[in-house]
Design a protein around this ligand. Structure first.
Ligand code: GTP
Length: 309
């Protein structure tokens, strides 16, 4: 049995997405006509053993989030729950805090995904790759290649080219390390919590020494990238599955337009019903055509359509 966790962050995150995120929480912002998160959920729901999707973040649950959850559950016929962190616990702290919920039902593996990525989500390929690399408990990072300059903005991975093992992991290095970058999509087995737990214990001891009143919270703040992957690299536990399928981050408003384009290009095969059709007496579209709807001075609310003959 499989599960998936989507890290959705919270209102203080995604600052580069302002002012768009003032109107709609960033994870629900429409990309190619549907909320950003729906692309992740759809990809997960296609896996036959996927039993549950957990969204972890520190947004106050609100009507918009609840409405999205109940519609998505119905549309994709899968259990989807939102787990709210009491504060921003980082990309590893949130999953550690809710480990009992993730492990309930005893999944043999679970995906963890950043909400702010756009991808073709090669999840079945990652599952196959995991079976063939390392031992039964190994972890997989989805990687892709970037040019030397771009790579400095991402987590960079040095691999063993024969085995695909991650030998070094450096988050946003100041000088060139590798052109293989972390896509923010991971496949973990439950053993990952032992590694996060070790960091948590160490943080706790350090905090006790400091005698800080908010020590518990600070000990729980754990970053998968800097605190876990860097330590796991070279230990025979962490592998990189490299994809040449489309992938992009959604950090700024401009990158949301780019991500819409990537998904729209795919819609001809995956979702032709979401594309415009030419109707009798209606406007005619020819070739690839993207129509945006702009409201106000800065805001672009949705990108709808593409038609292709
Ligand atoms: P920046 O360049 O600083 O934005 O870093 P980044 O691109 O490495 O992204 P970051 O690590 O901030 O976030 C990656 C994903 O994790 C995004 O989808 C965030 O919404 C999510 N995320 C980040 N911090 C937290 C957190 O404290 N809790 C939860 N649940 N999600 C988080």
């Amino acid at each position: 049995m499989l599960k998936a966790v989507i890290l959705i962050g919270g209102p203080q995150k995604g600052t580069r997405f302002r002012p768009l995120s003032f109107e709609v929480p960033k994870p629900l912002f429409p990309v190619a006509g549907v909320p950003m998160l729906q692309h992740h959920i759809e990809a997960c729901s296609k896996l036959p053993n996927m039993k549950e999707i957990l969204l972890i973040g520190f947004y106050q649950p609100n009507e918009e989030i609840n409405r999205f959850l109940s519609c998505a559950q119905q549309d994709f016929k899968i259990s989807i729950r939102y787990l709210q962190e009491y504060a921003a616990l980082g990309t590893g702290g949130g999953i550690y805090h809710f480990r009992d919920q993730i492990l309930s039902g005893s999944p043999e593996a679970f995906f963890v995904m950043n909400a702010d990525v756009c991808s073709e989500f090669p999840l079945p390929e990652m599952l196959d790759f995991q079976k063939e690399h390392g031992d039964a408990y190994s972890f997989v990072i989805l990687g892709t290649t970037a040019n030397r300059k771009q790579s400095l903005n991402y987590g960079c991975i040095v691999e063993n080219e024969q085995t695909d093992e991650v030998l070094h992991y450096v988050e946003k290095p100041s000088t060139f390390v590798s052109d293989i970058i972390n896509c923010g999509i991971y496949l973990f087995t439950p053993e990952i919590f032992q590694h996060i737990g070790t960091v948590f214990q160490k943080n706790q001891q350090d905090m006790l020494l400091e005698e800080q009143s908010n020590g518990w919270h600070r000990a729980e703040v754990i970053r998968l990238e800097q605190d876990i992957f860097t330590a796991l690299a070279g230990q025979g536990k962490l592998y990189v599955y490299k994809t040449d399928r489309f992938w992009s981050q959604i950090k700024s408003a401009g990158s949301a337009i780019y991500a819409s384009r990537l998904y729209l290009n795919q819609y001809h095969t995956t979702h032709p019903e979401r594309l415009a059709t030419n109707r009798e007496g209606g406007p005619k579209t020819r070739g690839k055509c993207f129509i945006g709807c702009f409201v106000g001075k800065h805001q672009c609310l949705e990108f709808y359509t593409s038609s292709y003959w």
